[in-house]
Design a protein around this ligand. Structure first.
Ligand SMILES: *Cc1c(COP(=O)(O)O)cnc(C)c1O
Length: 380
């Protein structure tokens, strides 16, 4: 069976994790965490970067930093992972879902403004598949209505919009290093931002509401409980495993990109024949080969395709079931405007196997079977 995803196996990561253990520093903010922080800052150009225990937790931190209060409204797409909404629901917000664009599956920047009310506090954008949202327009709306912008860049490491790294355009950017993402520490993530005023608050939030980070830097002689917070810092063992990959981030990127490009070129003829749609990368967006998806005609055809590929030892998966249709989505949110594309497009989408080190023969097999499926259809 060709798996949809295989988490990165990093010999270097193992070595570094052992090193963290031998150094007797396995809790948070050790040498490897610091290396990851430096890498994140350098790679994105953000002034501040902190590893977290997950992207979900990075989003939670951003909700607190953005000052979300009970009763505030937060605008986001419905086509996203549950965490995007969860983090803001925990802060007491009401979620206002708006429709997506069919080409990128990202929030439709032209439908945001109509969803703004006096209670709207923030917009959360999701850069689906590491392809940037239309940030110029979104930032202009945010400016006009004094809204915070949080970028769920869980899938967006090493991707950019008009030359700016995803995660650095809005107020806060959140990455995921879950094992399904391009770089992984098992469970983990990061928050990045630029404003000095947020730095102290972020450190306190991440360290259980204490100013322990300041204490460790020798800036104060004892630390105390100064505000509310949680424990958002990951173990240095996990950071060490991640560091083994960030060190060779370009190699991992190139490898994934080669696989992505192979699919994209090889499946062109199926698109030209009108069978499928391939992903669209708008001008100005540089993606990171996080995901290769295609769109079938409809739900029925997608189910047939997934089944056919499975019979041929290929594991493919669909993606998000729109949040507004889930029980919690109905409880905590509402959909503003008409759901033109969210449900329809999500039902057509299927993701193909793509991971670091995937065998070219496996890619060829997937393409061959994709073609066989559609050619079989046209004949019968
Ligand atoms: C993976 C993902 C998350 C959650 O990341 P965790 O690190 O597992 O918390 C959130 N949002 C999006 C868009 C994701 O793809």
């Amino acid at each position: 069976m060709i798996s949809f995803n295989v988490p990165i196996y990093s010999e270097k990561g193992i070595e570094y994790a052992q090193e963290a253990i031998r150094a007797r520093h396995i809790s948070g903010d050790g040498q490897f965490t610091k290396k990851c922080h430096e890498w994140l800052k350098q790679d994105t150009g953000a002034k501040y970067a902190y590893l977290t225990t997950s992207c979900t937790h990075a989003l939670e931190m951003s909700a607190f930093l953005a000052g979300i209060q009970p009763g505030d409204e937060v605008i986001m797409p419905s086509y996203t992972f549950v965490s995007t909404a969860d983090a803001f629901v925990l802060a007491g917000a009401k979620i206002v879902f708006v429709d997506i664009r069919p080409d990128t599956m990202n929030i439709d920047e032209n439908k945001i403004e109509a969803a703004v009310t006096a209670k709207t506090k923030a917009v959360v954008v999701v850069h689906y598949a590491g392809v940037g949202c239309e940030m110029d327009r979104i930032m202009a709306i945010a400016k006009k209505y004094h809204l915070k912008v949080i970028e769920d860049a869980a899938q967006g490491t090493k991707a950019s919009y008009k030359g700016q790294a995803l995660g650095t355009i809005g107020d806060y950017g959140c990455f995921s290093f879950h094992e399904t993402k391009n770089y992984t520490m098992g469970e983990g993530g990061a928050i990045i931002f630029n404003r000095d005023e947020d730095a102290e608050r972020a450190e306190i939030l991440r360290e259980k509401g204490t100013n322990r980070s300041k204490f460790f830097r020798g800036q104060i002689d004892k630390y105390s409980w100064v505000d509310y917070g949680s424990s958002y810092l990951p173990s240095d063992m996990n950071a060490a495993y991640l560091w083994g990959q960030l060190e060779v981030a370009d190699e991992i990127y190139d490898n994934r990109m080669a696989a992505w490009n192979f699919y994209h070129e090889s499946l062109r003829e199926l698109e030209e024949a009108g069978y499928i749609e391939r992903p669209v990368i708008p001008e100005g967006c540089t993606h990171n080969a996080h995901m290769y998806y295609i769109k079938a005609k409809d739900l029925k055809e997608r189910s047939d395709l997934i089944r056919y590929l499975k019979e041929n030892d290929i594991q493919t998966v669909f993606h998000y079931v729109p949040l507004h249709s889930a029980p919690a989505g109905m409880k905590f949110g509402r959909f503003h405007g008409e759901d033109v594309y969210t449900t329809r497009e999500s039902e057509r989408l299927v993701r193909l196997p793509l991971y670091y080190g995937i065998d070219i023969k496996d890619l060829e097999w997937v393409v061959e079977k994709m073609k066989a499926f559609y050619n079989g259809r046209s004949e019968g």
